[in-house]
Each structure stands twice: as C-alpha cells, then as structure tokens.
Write a protein that binds this ligand. Sequence first.
Ligand code: AMP
Length: 184
Amino acid sequence: MHQLIIFGPPGVGKGTQAEIIAAKLDLEHISTGAILRQAVSEGTDLGKKAKEIMDKGNLVPDEVMNGIVKETLSKISKSGFILDGFPRTVEQAEALSAIFDELKMNSVLVINLTADENEIIDRLLKRGRSDDTRETIMNRLKIYFESTKPVKDFYEKKGIVIDVEGVGDINDISEAILAEINKS
Ligand code: AMP
C-alpha cells in the first residue's frame, strides 16, 4: 500500500502532482484544501467556519483538520493514498503519526517539492483562486515558513523525506516523483 505525503510551500504544485500520481498508482488523493472548499461550497457548518479563515490565508484549527483526516484515512479503499495539504503544523504531524499507528500504516514516504520563493509567488498570482490575492499569498507564505516548514524537520528526523525539484515540466516532475517512489 502506497502511503504518501506530498509536502512543500503553497503554489509549488502539490495538488497537480498529487492528482497525477494518484491517477497513475490508483491512490486516494486526499487534499484537505479541496475537502474544505467543498464544505464551503455546500455551506455546511464546517464550510461556514472555514471560509473566513481560508479567505485570510490562515490555518483551520488542528483539531478540526485532524478529525477530517482521521475519518478519511479510515475509509481508504484504493491501493493507498497521497495526502496533499496535510500536515501543515507539527501538532498535525504528531496527530497523524498516532493515526498511522492506529491504522497500522507504517511505510510512509514524504515527497518534498522544492521551489524558489519568487517562482512560487508568481505561480500563485497567476492561479487566480479566490484566496490568491497578494495579501493572502504573503500571509500563506509567512504561515508556511513559521508553522509548516518545521513539519519537514519532523519527518527529516524520521528519515522518510525525499526531495524533488518542483520547477520544470509537469510530466518530468511526475516522472521524478514516481522514480523516487519506486526506489523506496
Ligand atoms: P490548499 O488548497 O492546500 O492551499 O488549502 C487552502 C486553505 O485551506 C489553506 O490556506 C488553509 O486555510 C486551509 N487548509 C488546508 N489544509 C489545511 C490544514 N492541513 N490545516 C489548516 N488549514 C488547512
């Protein structure tokens, strides 16, 4: 069972790559951002709470996200999963480790997509999602460096991170990721 986490700054292409890898390896693509956007569009209680937070580029509380991910991981029916957008804090990473233990998922690999900061800002501005204003982008990057980047160190200590350059041709990047998964 492939147990993958795709990691990296906002705009590095996690969503695009996760979708390609999920299709190729028959994995469940678990995008916490997509789950939240769906909740917002359906106007559920979660959606109502999340909208304002997302519009500002802030993080939805850990307990809420941990619950969503636990529920989703418990129901995997495909030949594995790729987590996209989670964990985003060390607290979430710790909760995820406990979930993995409980579900006996013990061969997790973290794909760390890398890119230059200016390249990322450029990409985000071009994307034009409703939370892609310059102000929100700068806040999302600040939160990434403050709260999310330490998650990489958390996984580095476990020795399960592989770095893949996230700049270049989309298919070349997917091939590089697949090659690393096959090596592991
Ligand atoms: P994304 O599509 O991954 O860029 O996520 C869009 C927005 O959803 C983020 O800016 C956060 O407001 C929220 N979000 C997604 N995943 C998480 C998470 N793991 N923890 C907290 N907030 C999240």
